[in-house]
Structures are given as structure tokens and as C-alpha cells.
Ligand binder design. Structure first.
Ligand SMILES: Cc1cc2nc3c(=O)[nH]c(=O)nc-3n(C[C@H](O)[C@H](O)[C@H](O)COP(=O)(O)OP(=O)(O)OC[C@H]3O[C@@H](n4cnc5c(N)ncnc54)[C@H](O)[C@@H]3O)c2cc1C
Length: 302
């Protein structure tokens, strides 16, 4: 079994920056980054793939800063970790040993199982996966009536891009009085929401998606709490992200109430020699100095 000084699980922004930084400072140490997919995406650019960039390959990102410094990379997701033996096993069955382990497994979209019809064909998400977004782009290209549930940055950026197509109707449903309300003050959210309305997007605020309705298992619309049904051949759920920590939980790492991996202010977990960074973990607030859970690329790479 090959034993590395450091193994990083994940290849998103936090993994790439941590890997390149660690390798630069410790060139003599052997390091492995374990990925799920061959190609990675710049997450912040994903909404722009749907119109402005057009081509998904204009928005790819990879671990080159890490491999240029001599780091190894494999595309073979981690399936099991034995923290006491300091080993992990990837999907193909190969096991690796490590001295230090870094969890950088990121986050995944919240699946609203509380909304009836959430599992109909034609209900999609904005996943940070090259293969998934490639397939979603084909679906948005075909769709004529798209409903986006959630008026945060991701839903709003996506709506603004899709609204550029003259032949598509785009509706965004936001439960609060204004979009962007989690990031901005009321005053600024109001201004930004007005701007979004200027993009041909049908912006419905103070409105709840009560049910996703369909026919023969396929989406046909979204029923609102007002009783109105908005026609849809594609529904995109953009109601938030949750830490991707099932692997960590299974291995025995301590999670907080939001399922983020608990860390100290050096990103060390409750298990010796195991760290966690980025969206899957707690982070130290720059301003508050408090352990927090902020899911942004800027904090993930800090
Ligand atoms: C559409 C969109 C737009 C965004 N825009 C912005 C923005 O403008 N500004 C900003 O600051 N932030 C933005 N964000 C948030 C930002 O993308 C995240 O904070 C950032 O991606 C977190 O990086 P990460 O490395 O922690 O996790 P992720 O990017 O989620 O990466 C996790 C990695 O772990 C891998 N992985 C998971 N499980 C395994 C396993 N078992 N084995 C191997 N690999 C595994 C995944 O394949 C992935 O490569 C946006 C997010 C989205 C979805």
C-alpha cells in the first residue's frame, strides 16, 4: 500500500489552494489529491455557462497549481476511511495510507423533500459538477418555461443569464420580500431585486413554491401559495447548500448542528492529524474571530 505524507479528499477551490500551498512549503513531502471527476468547474462561473460563456469548457478549473509542484492526483472517489489505521479506500478498491488527511469535500444543493413533487423528472439543481452541469445545459437549451425556486445569488444569477434568451420564460420564486436577502441589507436587496426585474425575469417575491406539479412523472408547473400555477418544463431548485460530510460522519468525525465538520481555529478536527477546510467545515470569521460556517469560495481558499 502506498503511503502519502498528506492526502486531500476533494479538488474544489479549497483543496487546490491548500494542496498548492502545502506542497510549496513542504516540497519534500508526498501528497495526493483524490477527485471524483476528471474535469472541475470554477463554481462562481457556473451561472454564466448558461448564456454568456456558452461553452462549459471556458469555465474549467483543475489542480494544475498542485501538480506543477509535484503533487499526485487520482480520479477515484474516496469511499471508506479508517481513521485509526490512517488508511482510505477509493471506489476502484485501492487503499492508501496517510500521515495527515485533509477533508475538502465541499457542499451539495439542498434537496427540498418537504415540497411535494420535488422528485419529478425535470426538477434539477445547480451542482458543482462538470458532468451534471453539461447535462443541465442541454436541458435548459431545450426548455421553454423555466422556474427557479430560490432568489439567492445562485438562483438570481442563473435567472439573469437564462432571461437573455428571447424564446424562454423565466420565473424566480422567493419566499422573502426581496431576493438576495441573506447577503444584503433590506435596502440593498430591494435595489438588486428591482434590477433583476429589469432582466425579463418574472420575479415573484413573498411567494412560496407549495408543490411541483406534473403529468406522467414529468414536471408541468409549480403551484404557489397564492393558488396560481406557473407553467414549467424545467424547475431548478436553488434554495441553498449543505455540507457534504456523510463520508466524514461515517468515519467518525464530529459534526456541528449544520452538519459541518467541527474544527478549531487551525482547521483541525476532533481526530489527530485530520483537518477539514472549505464548505464542508466550520471556518474562522475574519471579522468576528468566531468559528462560523460560511460557504463562499473566498473563505474556502483563505
Ligand atoms: C453556482 C455557484 C456560484 C457560486 N458563486 C460564488 C461566488 O461568486 N463567490 C464565492 O465566493 N462563492 C461562490 N460560490 C460558492 C463556492 O463555490 C464554494 O464556497 C466553493 O466551491 C467551496 O469550495 P470547496 O473546495 O470547499 O468545495 P467544493 O467546491 O464543493 O468542492 C468539493 C470537492 O470535493 C469532491 N469530493 C466530494 N466527495 C468526494 C469523495 N468522496 N472523494 C473525492 N472527492 C470528493 C467534489 O467532487 C469536489 O471536487 C458559488 C457556488 C455555486 C454552486
Amino acid at each position: 500500500m502506498k503511503i502519502y505524507d498528506v492526502i486531500i479528499i476533494g479538488a474544489g477551490p479549497s483543496a487546490i489552494v491548500a494542496g498548492a500551498t502545502a506542497k510549496k512549503q513542504n516540497p519534500e513531502k508526498s501528497m495526493l489529491m483524490v477527485k471524483e471527476e476528471e474535469k472541475g468547474l470554477v463554481p462562481c462561473g457556473i451561472p454564466y455557462v448558461f448564456y454568456r460563456l456558452g461553452n462549459l469548457d471556458k469555465n474549467v478549473m483543475g489542480p494544475k497549481p498542485f501538480t506543477d509542484l509535484g503533487g499526485d492526483v487520482i480520479v477515484d472517489p474516496v469511499e471508506n476511511i479508517n481513521l485509526s489505521a490512517k488508511t482510505l479506500t477509493v471506489k476502484s478498491g485501492i487503499s492508501y495510507g496517510y500521515d495527515r488527511l485533509i477533508f475538502a469535500t465541499g457542499s451539495t444543493p439542498v434537496v427540498p423533500s418537504f415540497i411535494p413533487g420535488y422528485d419529478l423528472e425535470g426538477v434539477e439543481y445547480v451542482k458543482k459538477s462538470y458532468n451534471y452541469i453539461k447535462a443541465l445545459k442541454k436541458k435548459t437549451d431545450r426548455a421553454k418555461h423555466i422556474v427557479i425556486v430560490g432568489g439567492g445569488f445562485i438562483g438570481a444569477e442563473l435567472a439573469e443569464q437564462l432571461a437573455m434568451y428571447p424564446d424562454k420564460s423565466i420565473t424566480i420564486i422567493e419566499s422573502e420580500a426581496y431576493c438576495f436577502n441573506k447577503a444584503f441589507s433590506g435596502e440593498l436587496s430591494k435595489i438588486a431585486t428591482e434590477k433583476l426585474k429589469g432582466t425579463k425575469t418574472n420575479v415573484l417575491t413573498s411567494t412560496l413554491a407549495k408543490e411541483v406539479v406534473g403529468d406522467n412523472g414529468k414536471v408541468t408547473g409549480v403551484l404557489l401559495n397564492t393558488g396560481e400555477t406557473i407553467k414549467a418544463d424545467l424547475v431548478i431548485m436553488a434554495i441553498g447548500y449543505t455540507p457534504n460530510t456523510e463520508l466524514a460522519r461515517k468515519a467518525g468525525l464530529e459534526l456541528n448542528s449544520e452538519n459541518a465538520i467541527k474544527v478549531d481555529n487551525f482547521q483541525r478536527t476532533n481526530i489527530k492529524d485530520v483537518c477539514a477546510i472549505g464548505d464542508c467545515s466550520e471556518t474562522l470569521g475574519f471579522i468576528t474571530g468566531r468559528l462560523d460556517h460560511i460557504m463562499l469560495a473566498s473563505t474556502a481558499t483563505a
